[in-house]
Design a binder for this molecule. Structure first.
Ligand SMILES: Nc1ncnc2c1ncn2[C@@H]1O[C@H](COP(=O)(O)OP(=O)(O)O)[C@@H](O)[C@H]1O
Ligand SMILES: [Mg+2]
Length: 330
């Protein structure tokens, strides 16, 4: 059965995409409200914003399925603002779509515009005019990661919904289901670790799980904590601790070589290392001023990295900043 095979080869984020609004976890209030809009037949233009993997695309597609059923393909246009080359193409596609006569059903057509915050300001202004032009028979749903990247004029034409990162329990429940469906073996701590590292991003959780499953030598092998860390590319807490302790207790040369060695073998980015330090610093007993100095220093370095500072200089600065702060303790 070729169809079945196709299904088997799907990425899990697609295979396990919610089929209806009831299967969307977490975003209860949003879902209640938009369902009400749909029942009353009075859908406004919508803006969904919030972090990746929180269910924005899934929610609007599920809503559209509820509204249109079999007519989905005639009534819904899905566009990706960041894929398509420029607003002209978007405009043409919307024009073609919105101006074809509806043969099968009445009511509004729906345009879903994903990743709209990737559009330039000019393009967003053009989009606002397009929305106005077709408001008579078309509703727009704009999806974005950041509300502040959406032009205010465009924003004011939409009813806004914020999607929050998903709760640990929601991710855990979904991951559990997938583990059962895929007949995976995974250590309990590995599952906990996967859920924690995905930080509310369901797409990340499912992608990492699938990558780990694919990396098993034999399908009946068990997924371990180490495999999870490897797939996420996140530093292991143990390594972070070893590096921090070396910097605190040993001289410059040793500190530098411990840090470099672990970073090389585990492929750690300096930025992840700094985040890791921040996470575990709470466990260390330090004078308040020492802690403040350390955190301020690490914060500055993090900013320096984001501005494109050299890795070598910034990593040396990390050691310097921690050692400098510790002078207080003496
Ligand atoms: N709230 C949710 N409930 C259930 N599954 C979700 C949820 N959010 C994301 N997912 C899963 O993650 C994948 C990506 O979700 P998507 O809706 O595209 O997120 P976003 O558009 O917010 O980045 C989906 O295919 C689905 O499997
Ligand atoms: Mg999306």
């Amino acid at each position: 059965m070729p169809n079945r095979e196709l299904h088997e080869n799907l990425p899990w984020v697609e295979k396990y995409r919610p089929q209806n609004l009831d299967q969307v976890y977490g975003q209860q209030e949003t879902i209640q409200t938009i369902r009400k809009f749909a029942q009353d037949g009075r859908i406004p233009h919508l803006l969904f914003y919030g972090p990746p993997g929180s269910g924005k695309t899934s929610t609007i597609i599920a809503l559209a399925r509820e509204i249109y059923g079999k007519n989905y393909r005639n009534m819904v246009l899905e566009l990706n603002a960041s894929d398509d080359r420029g607003i002209d193409i978007v405009r043409d596609q919307i024009k073609n779509f919105a101006s074809t006569r509806q043969i099968f059903s009445s009511g509004f057509k729906l345009v879903i515009l994903d990743e709209a915050d990737a559009m330039t300001n000019t393009a967003q202004n053009a989009l606002r005019r397009i929305i106005e032009k077709y408001t008579k028979n078309t509703r727009f749903c704009i999806l974005a990661n950041y509300a502040h990247k959406i032009n205010p004029a465009l924003m004011s034409r939409c009813t806004r919904f914020r999607f929050s990162p998903l709760a640990i329990s929601a991710i855990e429940e979904r991951v559990d289901t997938v583990i059962k469906e895929e007949k995976l073996k995974i250590e309990k701590p590995a599952e906990k670790c996967l859920v924690a590292l995905s930080k509310g991003d369901m797409r990340k959780a499912l992608n990492v799980l699938q990558a780990c499953a694919a990396a098993l030598d034999k399908p009946e092998d068990t997924i371990s904590v180490d495999m999870i860390y490897e797939c996420v590319g996140a530093p292991r807490p143990k390594s972070i601790e070893v590096i921090l302790n070396a910097i605190m207790e040993r001289d410059w040369t040793d500190s530098y070589s411990v840090m470099n060695k672990i970073r090389k073998t585990e492929g750690l980015a300096l930025i992840d290392l700094i985040e890791g330090f921040m996470d575990i610093l709470a466990k260390y007993e330090l004078k308040p001023l020492t802690r403040i100095k350390m955190i301020q220093g690490l914060g500055d370095i993090e900013y320096g990295i984001s501005k494109g500072g050299s890795d070598k200089i910034q990593s040396t600065a990390v050691i310097g900043c921690i050692k400098n702060a510790l002078e207080n303790e003496a």
